[in-house]
Ligand binder design. Sequence first.
Ligand code: G3I
Length: 347
Amino acid sequence: KGMKETVGQYCLIGSSLNQRQSDGHDAAATAIVRTHFNTAVAENCMKSESLQPEEGKFDFSAADRFVEYCEKNDLKPIGHCLVWHSQAPRWFFKGKDGKEVTREELINRIKTHIHTVVSRYKGRIHGWDVVNEAIEDNGSFRKSKFYNIIGEEFIDIAFQEAHEADPNVELYYNDYSMSNKGKRDATCRLVKHLKEKGIRIDGVGMQSHNGLDYPNIDEYEKSLEAFAACGVNVMITELDFNVLPNPRGFGGAAVEQNYDYQKKYNPYTKGLPKDKAKELNDRIFDFFKLYYRHRDKITRINLWGISDANSWLNGWPVRGRTNYPLLFDRDYKAKPVVKDIIKLYKK
Ligand code: G3I
């Protein structure tokens, strides 16, 4: 019995797929998908810079293959993401006159992008991350170009446009560090605002890029409960666990410490020491026990990557270094926690 039969009886369970995997060229990943997963999200190929690299010139080739791969492997495809300040094509914000784009023009561009993309896959996508990462940890709106040029209404416009293009598809707001009280409260305000305006929103995605010591799991649980109390589904959308001593270490000493750590615990030589591996296993299981307890609120759990070999954390915050963030190791073997999860949900 895989996670598909056990966790899958309560919620969708899956992973992000990188290009090679959604092109069907990673047999080991497909074997895991068939046994354990019933949903998948595109790691990159459905982002706006990939789909519309130049104005009016859409490139759906990779995204079409992603949706076909999902349909072939009985996975509900999740679209990620329609409006995001990162990986948005630069032309989006350039006016015809070479100056900054006008408010009206940018609204048109968002509408055209969303309408073209969402209507292409009408009836084939389970749900869309409509807006990604629009709120700061302190609860203010991120001062992205979307926000600065259009105002917070860009969020309403994005959700409305997606709904018009596919009236049956689920629509989500997705963000990281959702255990922060500021972001939690602002996200609840956003959900209530959309609902008051009669704009469809089905769920809130908690990305859940976790570490051994963050987030505080009680604060994380408060957020999970707060979002559910707003009358939307809760989804765990990009789950992984960063074991680096300085998971957000960007500069100087932090990077050196991360390098030292990863030289010492490189999976191709030593791997994690037993006590650290157990600490990581227990930490991952703590979150799945929390998910099990809130299985009435959670409709989907996605890992952000199938195996440690595929994780974006091999390149962030320190490039080309290793990490141990997922449920399957670099050889695509299930870590002990997978058995614990299956047993927990099998009850
Ligand atoms: O495809 C190009 C390739 O042609 C080129 O040779 C190569 C070198 O420049 O870059 C490749 O594109 C990279 C892409 O991943 C595909 O590998 C981009 O540079 C790189 O920036 C991009 O990183 C992605 C990142 O989002 C971008 O912000 C990661 O794979 C992806 O895991 C990560 O995912 C985000 C979620 O979408 C939103 N939440 C946070 C999460 C982690 O940052």
